[in-house]
Write a protein that binds this ligand. Structure first.
Ligand SMILES: [Zn+2]
Length: 236
């Protein structure tokens, strides 16, 4: 008699465990979704930083170009002044200014070439990385889509699983269902119905009392572990 009741109770426990597993699966989805979204945000920040770095180089180039224009303007000014001065030493002084400005122009143009080269390199690197970033974003977006599908599937499985639990529960002796529900309030995780192994509870692994063991062995009634409250049975 007990073995038949027990068999039905074990079916309930199986379906209940499966249902619990589905609930945990569903609960893990938001965190996974957050992770994929954070990864996309990281990739987009990288793309933004790449374009900002290129922009900084371009600003630097414009500054150097402006400096060259200013120096060229100064040279023209000195040359105009040279046409107006009368004294040789004043003319020579302006000549010196012109030479200094031209040296600076040449130096600045060299710097500009260096920056231009850096711009080319950065632009090429950005283009390459852009493709990699897009590829990674595509993967994360695929992951988001997969999570949406998984969520829909698990929601449906939860509904079906809940029905299966209800069906199994209807087959079990009501007093036993009561007992099973009580165990669930006492024990955090399944299993709630466990076999005895060498006089030890298959859940908490502690030795049960002789009374409980003989009760389980006789199989006339359902007994519970005197340590953890799980329903224990003797495997034949
Ligand atoms: Zn126990």
């Amino acid at each position: 008699m007990v073995s038949d009741k027990l068999a039905k109770l074990l079916i309930l426990q199986d379906r209940d465990a499966r249902h619990g597993q589905l609930l945990r699966q569903r609960d893990s989805i938001p965190a996974e979704r957050e992770k994929a979204r954070a990864s996309i945000a990281t990739e987009e920040a990288r793309r933004k930083e790449n374009s900002a770095a290129l922009k900084r180089l371009e600003v630097q180039r414009e500054e150097l170009e402006g400096r060259v224009e200013d120096l060229e303007e100064a040279v023209r000014k000195y040359q105009t002044q040279q046409l107006q001065v009368k004294k040789n030493d004043e003319y020579a002084a302006l000549e010196h200014e012109i030479a200094t400005a031209r040296a600076k122009i040449s130096e600045t143009e060299d710097d500009e070439l260096t920056v231009l080269e850096a711009i080319d390199q950065k632009a090429a690197a950005n283009k390459r990385e852009e493709e990699e970033i897009n590829e990674r974003i595509r993967v994360f977006e695929g992951e988001l889509k997969r999570l949406d599908e998984a969520e829909r599937e698990v929601e449906a499985a939860i509904v079906a699983g809940r029905d299966a639990v209800t069906e199994a529960e209807a087959e079990v002796d009501p007093a036993l269902v009561e007992s099973y529900r009580f165990v669930k309030t006492q024990v955090k995780r399944p299993p709630y119905v466990v076999p005895l192994k060498e006089s030890r509870c298959g859940g908490c692994h502690l030795k049960v009392s002789g009374e409980i063991e003989s009760g389980a062995r006789k199989g006339h009634e359902i007994v519970r572990c005197d340590n953890c409250a799980r329903i224990v049975y003797f495997e034949r």
